[in-house]
Design a protein around this ligand. Structure first.
Ligand code: MG
Length: 134
């Protein structure tokens, strides 16, 4: 009986996995300001990131059809889960789950062939050409 209830709940909406850095947060500005040094990943710096304009409203609307599951690789961040949760709350994001993993490869464990993922897939944010990875 319990299993059937859980299954019905899961079928209500599909999963929408959403990255945080450079998708809903303008975090590249911080990383460049500190040239990728450890200071860029301290709680005091991360909490000041500006949100992408309109992102919270867009996800709030999408939440009627999807479970919003934030999936972020923040292994190099100070106290990543708590800082990220606080930042999301401060900036008005509504969501169903926050998954904080160590590195980009660890994101894959949470995805299936049915998953929808919004992710910028960039590395080296301190560099001018971070988007191309060159
Ligand atoms: Mg990202």
């Amino acid at each position: 009986m319990t299993l059937a209830v859980i299954d019905q709940y899961r079928l209500e909406r599909k999963d929408l996995f959403v990255d945080i850095d450079n998708v809903v947060s303008l975090s590249m500005e911080r990383v460049r300001r500190w040239q990728g040094s450890k200071k860029a990943y301290t709680a005091a710096e991360v909490i000041q990131d500006k949100p992408v304009p309109g992102a919270a409203d867009a996800l709030r609307r999408l939440r009627t059809d999807y479970f919003i599951r934030f999936l972020t690789a923040r292994g190099s961040y100070e106290d990543p889960f708590n800082v990220t949760q606080t930042w999301l709350d401060l900036n008005g994001f509504e969501y169903d789950e926050l998954l904080v993993v160590d590195g980009p490869e660890a994101k894959v464990a949470h995805l299936s062939t049915q998953s929808i993922l919004v992710d910028d897939f960039t590395l080296g944010h301190e560099k001018e050409d971070a988007f191309t990875g060159n």
